[in-house]
Structure formats: structure tokens, C-alpha cells
Design a protein around this ligand. Structure first.
Ligand code: ATP
Ligand code: LTN
Length: 336
């Protein structure tokens, strides 16, 4: 009898810390959708990660539901993947504790996201912000994940997840699958429209810096018009000119055109024309996503049903891994 080879497992997540941006879409969610037909995919709304930065409770709750709806509007199919909310599967917090006892202070101190975020939030440099990569490692390792589709900013966090997995496996016995990052060239790092040397981020205090997947066509066009470029007025890809280079990269993602084709198309034309074209292409791409989003976002029963099924399916896998880990570290068996 022929046995079907086991499919590889994919895990990824985004934080409900704001409306998802085109950075999140091109860097991560687009790949989640592309992978869902071929692999066993598990996608999560990382609300526990979001509280490393102050959140307004009612807004966090609302955004958790909205983030679910955005995933689906982007094409994530709840019939094909496991879709769940992180805090509804307590195994994430439980494994995180065990892993934190196998993670070195020095390793966490080197994380660039921690350095960036603590510099931005000097009034709230909490322990969760520091240990965040351990929780992320728990997210990934609970599901025997092979591949993690993320933007380039998360590479360092995948690397530390591997370090922790390796350490645990050699201290006890082989337990965790070694995860690898899945980063595609195009969406790897979308930059801020206002400070193009920084990555676009949904929690940027300046809304002109990012395009939310839910921005209106007028806002999208306005934001691209105001995007920071240089004074050369030359539509030419050049890493020394990060503003225009980011816009060319985005236009290429929206239209599928190559850099050479874009440079030819806008040869001899100014930035005004180009920025308008980028804005329109972006709005066209988001049109379908926004229509689908509007259809489902108010259907709380539908979304909560997906969450319920998702957390049940995720828990079944997660608690199996956690039980193994608890046994290996020597915790006394659960009373029966
Ligand atoms: P925050 O601003 O709250 O830190 P964020 O916008 O950086 O959030 P996350 O929820 O942390 O987004 O990330 C979700 C996914 O989107 C991750 O895989 C991350 O790598 C990817 N991502 C985030 N920003 C970008 C970007 N500018 N370019 C490409 N990928 C990105
Ligand atoms: N840390 C990620 C979001 C995230 C994640 C994960 C991504 C939380 N858990 C597990 C991949 C796998 C971020 O901040 N961008």
C-alpha cells in the first residue's frame, strides 16, 4: 500500500497591534496564502505578543477579530488551514516558560527588535518585550514547524528559535523539529513611506508612513503622493536612494512588472506621475481584499466559530508537544 508522504508544517502569526499594512501583506500574508494548498498550515493572531506594547483592552479585542477577518479577506482559507487566536491556546504561555529557562540573557540582549522597540518605548521597557522571542519560539516549536513565512525583520527571531530548539534537544533528547524561515525576495522588507531607511510598521505613530490594507483609495493615493523621495526626480532603482527604490519595489509587487520595465515606463517622467501610478496600482490590488473584508467583519458568529474550531485543532497538537516537554524536564505527571 502506498503511504502518502507527510506534508511539511507551516506556522506564522501577526500581532493585532494595528491594521495590517501592505508590509505585512507582501512580507508575510501573501506567502501564507500561496503555501496553504501544498502544506499543513497553521496561522495565528498573536495577541499575547501585542501586549508587550501598551494596548487599550477594548481595542485589542476588536482588532483581534478584525485581524482574523483581514487574514480571510487576503485569501487565507479557514477550510484549508488552522486559524486561531494565541491566547486561546494556553500551551503557548506554558511552553514559553520552559523555553525561557533554556534561553540565555545574553542571547535575548542581542535582539535588534528589542533594542528598537525599547528605544521607542522608553517608559515601558517591560520583561515581556525582552522575552518576546521566547514566546515566538514556543509558537513555532509547539507545532513541529518546518517553515515559517515571515518578513526579513523576523529572521533573527527564527534563528534564536532554532538555537533554543537545538539546546533543548541536546540537553534532553530530540523533541523539536528545526524550523526554517521562508522569506521571499520581493516582499522581504517594505520600507516606511516617510522614513524610507526604516521598515514600514503598523504601529508607526505617523499614519502617512504606512498603507493599511483598509485605507480608502483617496488616502492611498494621498499617502503615496506625500511619500518621501529625493530631489533627483529620476525613477531609477538605486540602493543609495531608498525612497524611490522602495516605491519601485512596491510598484513591481503590485503589477508584476520588472524593475527594468518600470524604469523604461517612467523614463523622462517625473515623480508625480510615478507616485500616482503606484497609488492607483496599490488601490486596485486592495479593492478585492476590502470588499471581502466588509462582507465578513461584522459577522461575529462566523469569525468566532472559526476561532473556536481553530483553537481546538491547535490545542490538540500543542498539548501533545507540551506533554512531551513536561515529561522530559521532569515535571510530575498530571493527576488523573
Ligand atoms: P508592529 O508595528 O506592531 O511591530 P509590524 O507591522 O512590524 O508590527 P508584525 O505583526 O510584527 O507587524 O508582523 C507580522 C508579519 O509581517 C511578520 O512576518 C513580519 O516579518 C512581517 N512584516 C512586518 N512589517 C514588514 C515590512 N515592513 N516588510 C515586510 N514584512 C513585514
Ligand atoms: N513576532 C512576529 C509575529 C509572530 C510570529 C510568531 C511570526 C509572533 N509569533 C511565530 C512567525 C512565527 C512579529 O512581530 N512580526
Amino acid at each position: 500500500m502506498e503511504t502518502e508522504a507527510k506534508k511539511q508544517t507551516i506556522f506564522s502569526a501577526a500581532q493585532p497591534s494595528g491594521n495590517l499594512t501592505i508590509g505585512n501583506y507582501l512580507g508575510a500574508i501573501k506567502n501564507w496564502v500561496d503555501l496553504q494548498d501544498k502544506f499543513d498550515c497553521i496561522y495565528c493572531v498573536a495577541d499575547m505578543h501585542a501586549i508587550t506594547v501598551k494596548q487599550e483592552p477594548a481595542l485589542l479585542r476588536r482588532r483581534t477579530l478584525e485581524t482574523m477577518a483581514i487574514y480571510i479577506a487576503c485569501g487565507v482559507d479557514p477550510e484549508k488551514v488552522v486559524l486561531f487566536v494565541q491566547s486561546q491556546v494556553p500551551a503557548h504561555a506554558e511552553l514559553s516558560w520552559v523555553l525561557s529557562c533554556n534561553t540565555m540573557f545574553g542571547e535575548l540582549s542581542r535582539m535588534t527588535q528589542f533594542k528598537d522597540k525599547s528605544a521607542k518605548n522608553t517608559g515601558n521597557v517591560n520583561a515581556g518585550l525582552f522575552t518576546y522571542p521566547v514566546l515566538m519560539a514556543a509558537d513555532i516549536l509547539l507545532y513541529n514547524t518546518d517553515l515559517v513565512p515571515v518578513g526579513a525583520d523576523q529572521k533573527q527571531h527564527i534563528e534564536i528559535a532554532r538555537t533554543i530548539a537545538q539546546r533543548f534537544n541536546s540537553a534532553y533528547s530530540p523533541t523539536f523539529t528545526m524550523p526554517r524561515e521562508y522569506v521571499t525576495k520581493e516582499g522581504t522588507k517594505i520600507m516606511s513611506l516617510q522614513e524610507p531607511e526604516k521598515k514600514m510598521s503598523k504601529s508607526d505613530p505617523n499614519p502617512l508612513a504606512y498603507i493599511s490594507l483598509l485605507d480608502s483609495r483617496d488616502d492611498i493615493i494621498k499617502k503615496f503622493k506625500k511619500a518621501v523621495t529625493d530631489c533627483e526626480a529620476l525613477v531609477k532603482y538605486d540602493e543609495a536612494r531608498p525612497g524611490i527604490t522602495n516605491l519601485i519595489n512596491l510598484y513591481s509587487c503590485f503589477t508584476g512588472k520588472t524593475v527594468a520595465e518600470i524604469e523604461r515606463e517612467f523614463d523622462g517622467r517625473g515623480y508625480g506621475d510615478f507616485k500616482l501610478a503606484v497609488g492607483e496600482a496599490c488601490a486596485d490590488m486592495l479593492d478585492g481584499v476590502q470588499n471581502r473584508y466588509k462582507e465578513i467583519v461584522d459577522d461575529k458568529a462566523y469569525l468566532e466559530d472559526i476561532m473556536k474550531k481553530g483553537s481546538e485543532a491547535a490545542s490538540r497538537i500543542a498539548y501533545k508537544t507540551l506533554a512531551k516537554v513536561y515529561r522530559k524536564v521532569g515535571f510530575y505527571p498530571q493527576p488523573r
